[in-house]
Each structure stands twice: as C-alpha cells, then as structure tokens.
Ligand binder design. Structure first.
Ligand code: THU
Length: 156
C-alpha cells in the first residue's frame, strides 16, 4: 500500500493523493478480500487528513452475519491508529454500477468527518458523494442526551 506521506505528492485541499490514486489503493486492497461465501470482493481505502491511507477489505465468516464490510474494516483500522478526521474514502468492487455502501456502513461513516466518498467499480465508473448524500436524515450523537465527561480517557 502506498503510504501517502512518503510518496512526496503535493497537498491539494488537505489531500495528497488524487482520487485515482486513492481508488488504486482500494483496488489493491480488494485483492486481499476474504469473501469465500459471497464471492464478492470489496476494497476500501481511507485517506486521513494527516495524509495516511488505511485500507480495508470485506472479511466474511462461516457464520454469515459476523462478516464485516470493507468500509467498516478500513474505518476501524484508521481509528485504531488514532485517526478521526478523513479527507476521502474510496470503495471498489466488481459491480455493474459503482459499489454503494450498505446501510450499516453508511451509519458508521457518519460518526467521523469524511469530506468525500468515492464509489467505484472495476470497469472504471466513479461517483463522488458526501456522507450526508449517502445517508440523509442520519441518526447521530446530537440526538443523544448530553453526557458528562467524567472518564479519565476522552472519547471525543
Ligand atoms: N460488502 C462490502 O464490503 N461493502 C459494500 O459496500 C457492499 C457489500 C461486502 C459484504 C459481503 O462480504 C459481500 O460484500 C456481499 O454482500
């Protein structure tokens, strides 16, 4: 996986990878998808505002609902490394139209700021969307009652 920060590309509105390069990262990740049950391999690449790329693939399971989508795998990897602000997410699969994230992924993607989402397919179709376009009228933290910050570890 190309590490954006070592590729020496110039910054452009907070992003140091072009859309095509981020989609290429997602396509490279897709080769590592574990999808023996559906046969539908998905790759995702999440570009952080700090310029790093975290990739994710769908990881299926013999107990079908246990499997995780590529988008949530990428997000979990990034957050696990301390990243919470994202410039862009690319998702790619061999689908007739661009690969559209499932509802569960759309909800999870609303939790952290992501400026743009690039939906792609292996035939070269690309559609650029915002998280709000993917999930209008989303449920979010603002709907929950205010919680006092009493823990030692800050969760925000
Ligand atoms: N899948 C993803 O990983 N991302 C999507 O955007 C759509 C669906 C996965 C879940 C499952 O492993 C397979 O694709 C078929 O649904």
């Amino acid at each position: 996986m190309p590490r954006a920060s070592v590729r020496g590309l110039s910054w452009k509105e907070g992003s140091i990878l072009t859309d095509d390069e981020l989609i290429a990262c997602a396509a490279a990740a897709r080769a590592r998808a574990y999808a023996p049950y559906s046969g539908f391999a998905v790759g995702a690449a999440l570009l952080t505002e700090s310029g790093r790329v975290y990739e994710g693939v769908n990881v299926e399971n013999a107990s079908y609902p246990v499997g995780i989508c590529a988008e949530r795998a990428a997000l979990a990897a990034a957050v696990s490394h301390g990243e919470r602000r994202f410039a862009a997410l690319a998702v790619i699969a061999d689908s007739p139209d661009v690969c559209a994230p499932c509802g569960m992924c759309r909800q999870m993607l609303m939790e952290f700021p992501i400026r743009r989402i690039l939906l792609a397919n292996t035939a070269g179709a690309v559609r650029v969307m915002t998280p709000a376009e993917l999930l209008p009228c989303a449920f979010g933290a603002a709907a929950l009652p205010a919680k006092e910050e009493s823990d030692e570890i800050s969760h925000r």
